[in-house]
Design a protein around this ligand. Sequence first.
Ligand SMILES: *[C@@H]1O[C@H](CO)[C@@H](O)[C@H](O)[C@H]1NC(C)=O
Ligand SMILES: *[C@@H]1O[C@H](CO)[C@@H](O)[C@H](O)[C@H]1NC(C)=O
Ligand SMILES: *[C@@H]1O[C@H](CO)[C@@H](O)[C@H](O)[C@H]1NC(C)=O
Ligand SMILES: *[C@@H]1O[C@H](CO)[C@@H](O)[C@H](O)[C@H]1NC(C)=O
Ligand SMILES: *[C@@H]1O[C@H](CO)[C@@H](O)[C@H](O)[C@H]1NC(C)=O
Ligand SMILES: *[C@@H]1O[C@H](CO)[C@@H](O)[C@H](O)[C@H]1NC(C)=O
Ligand SMILES: CC(=O)N[C@H]1CO[C@H](CO)[C@@H](O)[C@@H]1O
Length: 588
Amino acid sequence: MVSKRSGLVLAIGFNLFIALSEASLLARQRSQQELDSKYNWWQHEVFYQIYPRSFMDSNGDGIGDLKGVTSKLQHFVETGITAVWLSPIFQSPMKDFGYDISDYSKIQPEYGTFEDFDELIANATAAGIKVILDFVPNHSSDEHEWFIKSAARESGYEDFYVWEDGKVLENGTRVPPNNWRSVFTGSAWEWHEGRQQYYLRQFTAGQPDLNYRNPAVLQAMDEVMIYWLNKGVAGFRIDAINYVYENTQLLDEPLSETTDDPNSYDYLDHIYTKNLPEVNELLQHWRVMLDDYSKNNDGPQRIMMTEGYADVNTVMNYYEDENGTQGVQFPFNFDFISSLNNNSDARDFVYIIERWLIYMPHGHAPNWVMGNHDNPRVASRYGVQTVDSMNMLLMTLPGIAITYYGEELGMVDYRDISFADTVDQPACDVGIANYKWMSRDPERTPMQWNNDTNAGFSTASKTWVPVNPNYLQLNAEAQKQAPRSHLKVYQQLIKLRQLEVLQNGAFIAQAYNREVELKGKRSILTIINVSNSQQQIDVSDFAESSKHLVLLVVGVDSQYKVGQRLKPSEIVLAPYEGLVTRLSLREK
Ligand SMILES: *[C@@H]1O[C@H](CO)[C@@H](O)[C@H](O)[C@H]1NC(C)=O
Ligand SMILES: *[C@@H]1O[C@H](CO)[C@@H](O)[C@H](O)[C@H]1NC(C)=O
Ligand SMILES: *[C@@H]1O[C@H](CO)[C@@H](O)[C@H](O)[C@H]1NC(C)=O
Ligand SMILES: *[C@@H]1O[C@H](CO)[C@@H](O)[C@H](O)[C@H]1NC(C)=O
Ligand SMILES: *[C@@H]1O[C@H](CO)[C@@H](O)[C@H](O)[C@H]1NC(C)=O
Ligand SMILES: *[C@@H]1O[C@H](CO)[C@@H](O)[C@H](O)[C@H]1NC(C)=O
Ligand SMILES: CC(=O)N[C@H]1CO[C@H](CO)[C@@H](O)[C@@H]1O
């Protein structure tokens, strides 16, 4: 019985249409590589997000640090990872664990010193690993000297932030200048006794918004970027870019009519505080600066990637605007976090994957973010059974893959952290009754290195957030030793990405319900069962000209082995199983 029900099996095929002899292919690869090494190194890269607080603690204070990261570079070398991006390491009062910055040019002491940073860059460079820093432009900390000077109206700093008088009602009560809301509830305006004015803060009171319409602010931020480029970073991940500009007339935002709670951020439709077109000009400005820097200095092309949860058109404009002016190398694609979930079927996957490719302006690199520090982990969002399949998907889609630390091991959220141990501010703010699902601590637990105390992360008696107790079984060391493991699947997938066909092949994604023909010798076919039940499929439509599919990567619990040959007409996939296969032509 051959089942061709749609919606259960996701098949991703790569097909190299260009017929090239071995020799010319090699020559082409070589010239491509020479070009890639400086300009296009990032176009097919795997970027690994390190949350420094949770990666490795070198000094036993229970908090991860730079020396810890440096001491674990071998993990990347063994796994095949050649680029990492670090969540903020800058000086910060840590109300939002580093996303509130009090000095952009200093390192938070608990993360280490400049010597530690230089050593990280030097050792990473020696190991062939590029380092990207997180850049948080939307605001600084209220402890930043710029804010202190601005509050005191010190000359040159008066307008570094967005200051307003507010309004006085008939009965004499002073109120904020408009109805704008903070992302974390309540007014976005905070009264400052010293300056006797309100300042804008779209996040917490301790995170005043910088005034990017002031050229001096822009210049100051440019200098910060150059400062870190000079220290050897390969570029920046730019945080929450869409909040950088607000409407200058301070117009009230219209009601969204999605909630009755006037304090909620969702109460308003954010047409005047989010996603303003000026964002593109800012990114274009930085692009020119980074391109110039790359031209005038040795080393790779310095790049930018942006965080911005926004509609697809807005995000695509970050690549380049309607006139083709270049912005960032890539805006993060959060579709696997925001648009798909464990109820999505194969058609949903195909639809969402294709949407990015269809909207993306010509000539750019697609990218796929599987997880990050603000969202539940893949294993918790899609289910633990899907870990290998989701990594197969991530790694065989065209373009750039982005992995959150621990997801090469299939780490899961530790949702059972007590309220007493909870440190994520928004979770603390909502109280013991509601903190559990609000908290981002569960996806920020320490990296699970081995089965020693604190998973080998720290020798402290208490770590900054608790270690997931499942570390005794789930850890990197155990996965290195096991004959099969998520880590080994991940390693195999990274190796596979060297294949020319995966880098430059023509791409097809299909929910298995239509006929697709894959041509060419080097076609790769990834097949994923996104349902929770087993059935037999026939992919001979995909594999028409070939006799067999040879298995290149299989999951941890698979009945199959790497190298095994399958008949395209009879493939059985277990629930959530994924297979990466190569089409094998008729016997020669
Ligand atoms: C950095 O590399 C040097 C030279 O190999 C080594 O001695 C040092 O221990 C490394 N640093 C860390 C923190 O691992
Ligand atoms: C003044 O009026 C505002 C709006 O009606 C009200 O919220 C506030 O409590 C009043 N203040 C005093 C002191 O009466
Ligand atoms: C694109 O160019 C046109 C014509 O010069 C101009 O009117 C328009 O504002 C430009 N758009 C952007 C986003 O810069
Ligand atoms: C899917 O996710 C939802 C929400 O996280 C969860 O309640 C549900 O149990 C999950 N279903 C499966 C099949 O994993
Ligand atoms: C701890 O890990 C080591 C190395 O993987 C292994 O040999 C040992 O059996 C493990 N111990 C326990 C108690 O699981
Ligand atoms: C995928 O798993 C589901 C659940 O076991 C099963 O019903 C279905 O047949 C499987 N699909 C394939 C193609 O094997
Ligand atoms: C644009 C920006 O910086 N976004 C960040 C603003 O600040 C909050 C709080 O630190 C972060 O969570 C956002 O990511």
